[in-house]
Design a protein around this ligand. Structure first.
Ligand SMILES: [Zn+2]
Ligand SMILES: [Zn+2]
Length: 292
């Protein structure tokens, strides 16, 4: 009998999970985990997730997002003494293969210390307002403010060209009055009067990001509830992809997704699965031979 056969999802029923967050993410995550797995989230209070780096760059991040997310979950478990932990992390920047496109990637990691399992899911958000710009006193920034969703999405201001200790860094700007005051204060602290303005990507300041985190929570809950077909451990799901979808005209492999690789977090079992959209060939426009 597979070792995990009887443990899902009843194995988790009623158990508390530490959640390491400072930015109101418990409101996004509590319901999917309670409804899907009967897990109860417990805030890891007094634990400073900023020790692992911050979005706004006061502290550089020591590891990549996936690793940071796991470290955060572990730190939350250390703080609460619980053997289940959850943490969320986001990263924002250029799309890996489409550099003109800005994307947000959200990570959510679940750790079960009793069973030695780490189950992670990520989601590339098709929509993000992540952006930043230099603002000089004479600039009209209304179009930019509209585009980044201000004031429903908050902003961060700092003097342009003067990062670091002793310089103002004003986060969570949500009203035109607060923004005007921050522009004035940071402008006076800057050598040339200009200000660096950027989107505040912390979850409680960013409804677009909150939507992505909520979708990701449901995705992770479904994954945790899915047992490995070989050993029965929770967390069966996509772990890798294979590219090489053949061109519709000449059959040459392209860089487009060919198949998904699904794997187990406890054993070495893997299975290859066709694309979920059923597409079997790639557009010749993506082919290195037909469209070099
Ligand atoms: Zn071709
Ligand atoms: Zn397995």
């Amino acid at each position: 009998m597979p070792p995990f056969a009887c443990r899902l999802p009843a194995a988790f029923a009623g158990r508390p999970v530490s959640l390491a967050t400072r930015h109101g993410k418990e409101r996004l995550l509590a319901r999917p985990f309670r409804q899907g797995l009967d897990l109860r989230l417990v805030l890891a209070a007094g634990f400073d997730t900023d020790l692992l780096g911050t979005f706004s760059g006061e502290r550089p991040r020591p590891a990549d997002a996936l690793e940071t997310c796991r470290l955060k979950a572990e730190a939350g478990m250390d703080a609460t003494g619980l053997d289940l932990g959850l943490a969320s992390e986001g990263s924002f920047g250029s799309h890996p293969s489409l550099p003109w496109l800005t994307v947000g990637t959200e990570w959510l990691t679940f750790v079960d210390r009793r069973e030695g399992l780490v189950i992670a899911e990520s989601l590339v958000a098709p929509r993000t307002n992540f952006d930043g710009r230099r603002v000089s006193p004479q600039d009209d920034i209304q179009d930019w403010l509209d585009r980044v969703g201000f004031p429903s999405h908050a902003l961060i201001a700092r003097p342009h060209g003067r990062d670091g200790a002793g310089q103002p860094l004003i986060k969570g700007l949500r009203t035109p009055a607060a923004l005007a005051e921050a522009l004035d204060r940071c402008g006076r602290a800057s050598a040339d009067g200009s200000v660096w303005l950027e989107t505040d990507m912390r979850a409680h300041c960013n409804p677009t990001r909150r939507g992505a985190i909520r979708s990701l929570a449901f995705r992770l809950v479904r994954r945790i509830a899915r047992p490995c077909p070989a050993c029965g451990a929770p967390g069966w799901g996509r772990c890798d992809v294979r590219v090489g979808l053949p061109c519709r005209w000449c059959g040459h492999p392209t860089e487009r997704l060919l198949a998904e690789v699904w794997g187990c977090v406890a054993c070495a079992h893997q299975e290859e699965r066709p694309r979920q959209d059923g597409q079997l060939t790639a557009d010749p426009g993506d082919c290195p031979r037909c469209n070099p």
